[in-house]
Design a protein around this ligand. Structure first.
Ligand code: AMP
Length: 277
């Protein structure tokens, strides 16, 4: 496995890679969820590049950029054992040299759900992904369903801007109690960690109500709300049942529908979702 720390070095190395090239963009502090993306990329491409970059432009001023967990040595060992060929880990200065004035923005779908509470988040995500795509020129890029809106936004951008790659969305990996794996789970204390299972439980409730014939999206949102409110450590940011492409909130369930949640458990803000289809 080769580790490259500069954009110039990555460009040079890219020319020698066997094609197709699969890219797995990450912010590091890896877990099995990230590795499942690497493994899928490994099974579909002769060359696999993973990036580790805690992208400052996708964090809001009051968010956890400085304290975001980092452990490069462990990440590199995990990537190597999952069969990664190249790890690209640039510095922020290299990715955003001064002066920097160029942004890639997807509108409408970035203002909903996560975008409503994090107004500059997706601009940072789409800009950094465009830069990674331009530097690494992947044939396929792998994203997790865990961040459903991110995958939808990147897909939209790739289509709208005629980018020459395929976006692959991979299933969410979960802990034994259903909690979606996330680097931010490390912020949870033991009591909060137990309470966090409520997110997946409420998604399962939505799935069950729909399977029993409930078509009224608002009734399902309300049942989810009532269940989560029983957990004293939980604080709901949003509960959404939306069209899985436009992210417009639904009155009546139309398939495929994305049921997604953002819930604070103590301080950490956790996301999860399922698709009804
Ligand atoms: P991050 O490091 O949080 O930016 O995540 C990097 C990629 O891993 C994103 O495409 C995430 O959606 C994906 N990912 C994060 N958690 C999981 C999970 N539990 N299962 C599958 N993919 C995940």
């Amino acid at each position: 496995m080769q580790v490259v720390e500069t954009t110039a070095g990555m460009r040079k190395l890219r020319d020698g890679l066997a094609e197709p090239v699969g890219l797995v963009p990450t912010m590091g502090y890896l877990h099995e969820g990230h590795l499942s993306l690497v493994k899928q990329a490994r099974s579909e491409n002769p060359s696999v590049v993973a990036s580790i970059f805690v992208n400052p432009t996708q964090f809001g001023p009051k968010e956890d950029f400085e304290s975001y967990p980092r452990d490069t040595e462990r990440d590199l060992a995990m990537l190597e054992s999952a069969g990664t060929d190249v790890v690209f880990m640039p510095s922020a200065r290299d990715m955003y040299p001064e002066p920097y004035h160029t942004w890639v923005e997807v509108d409408t779908i970035t203002q909903r759900l996560e975008g409503a509470s994090r107004p500059t988040h997706f601009r940072g995500v789409t800009t950094v992904c465009t830069k990674l795509f331009n530097i690494i020129k992947p044939d396929k890029a792998y994203f997790g369903q865990k961040d459903a809106q991110q995958a939808i936004v990147i897909n939209r951008m790739v289509t709208d801007l005629n980018m020459n790659l395929k976006v692959v969305t991979c299933p969410t990996l979960r802990e034994d109690d259903g909690l979606a794996m996330s680097s931010r789970n490390t912020y949870l204390n033991p009591e909060e960690r137990k309470a966090a299972a409520i997110l997946y439980q409420s998604l399962c409730l939505a799935q069950q109500l729909w399977a029993e014939g409930e078509k009224d999206a608002e009734r399902i949102r309300q049942e989810i709300r009532t269940l989560i409110q029983k957990q004293p450590l939980a604080n709901i940011d949003y509960i959404s049942i939306a069209d899985n492409e436009t992210l417009e909130e639904l009155d009546e369930i139309r398939l495929p529908a994305l049921v997604s949640l953002a819930v604070k458990i103590g301080k950490p803000r956790l996301l999860d979702n399922i698709v009804l289809e």
